[in-house]
Design a binder for this molecule. Structure first.
Ligand code: AMP
Length: 283
């Protein structure tokens, strides 16, 4: 695996690869890699000549300073994992290399997608995401880029960005990879206390119950039920739960038959904020 720390080095390497007509698959990450990340890389390996992974903990997408400082960093293990799935190129730049002393975001308009859910609770988050992903796309110039449905709102926002900016990149959404007990894999899971780690699978269990009830109860009733479950829970605190249209990400009260819906949730397990979502099949 080739490792680059500067824009110039990776750009000139990828330029020669492009000249040789090699297709590039790109997987942007913040490191502390786990099987969820690897599932994206494996998918990219199947469809591209060359797979580029970036590891960059992007400061502009963190609204919570402590979360940024405490974000797990496991570079040595990450490189081992990347080697194990035959990743071709790792881009591991410093904050200075990316932001050159000006750590700020561009302002984006994602046609309202940015104002829902995570956008309501994490101030400036999607401007930070848009800024870094656009920047990385310019450096890596991928043919395809892979994003997890774990961050479904982010995935929809990146698709919107590509469309609005006329970028010639195919965005591929990848299924959520879970622990055996159902907890969605996340780099932040390693920061959970034992008690919170034991409690956390309750999130996905609740989402599965929502899925089972979507055709017999309306969205408002289901939302009230979820809120009640978390009020009763001794160690998990619900930040939001909503059933939303997959396209607009707007919360719904009543279902319409020709639309696709998902349930979205954000929960605090102590200091650690966990998100998850599930596709709902409506009749
Ligand atoms: P992160 O390092 O958390 O920024 O994640 C990098 C990419 O991996 C994003 O596109 C995430 O949506 C994706 N990802 C993270 N966790 C999972 C998971 N459990 N299953 C699938 N994709 C994931």
């Amino acid at each position: 695996m080739k490792i680059f720390n500067t824009k110039q080095e990776i750009k000139s390497f990828l330029h020669t690869q492009g000249e040789a007509n090699k297709t590039i698959g790109f997987v942007p990450t913040m490191g502390a890699l786990h099987e969820g990340h690897l599932s994206l890389i494996k998918k990219a390996k199947k469809k591209n000549d060359l797979v580029v992974v970036s590891i960059f903990v992007n400061p502009t997408q963190f609204d919570n300073k402590e979360d940024l400082v405490k974000y797990p960093k496991t570079y040595k293990n990450d490189t081992k994992l990347l080697e194990s799935v035959s990743c071709d190129v790792l881009f591991f730049p410093s904050v200075e290399e990316i932001y050159a002393g000006n750590i700020s975001s561009e302002k984006f308009n994602f046609d309202g997608l940015e104002n829902q859910m995570e956008g309501k609770f994490r101030d400036g988050h999607f401007d930070g995401v848009g800024t870094i992903v656009k920047n990385l796309f310019e450096i890596v110039t991928p043919n395809k880029a892979y994003f997890g449905q774990k961050d479904f709102q982010q995935l929809q926002i990146i698709k919107k960005m590509v469309k609005k900016h006329h970028l010639n990149i195919k965005i591929k959404g990848c299924a959520i990879y879970r622990e055996k007990d159902g907890l969605a894999m996340s780099s932040r899971n390693t920061r959970l206390t034992k008690e919170h780690r034991t409690a956390a699978p309750f999130i996905y269990k609740t989402l599965k119950k929502v899925r089972a009830n979507i055709n017999t109860k309306n969205a408002t009733k289901i939302t009230e039920w979820v809120e009640k479950q978390f009020k009763k829970h001794p160690s998990l605190e619900l930040e939001y739960f909503t059933i939303a249209d997959e396209k607009t990400l707007e919360s719904i009260k009543n279902k319409e038959s020709d639309k696709k819906y998902r349930a979205f949730i954000a929960v605090f397990a102590g200091e650690i904020r966990l998100i998850d979502n599930i596709r709902l099949k409506t009749n």
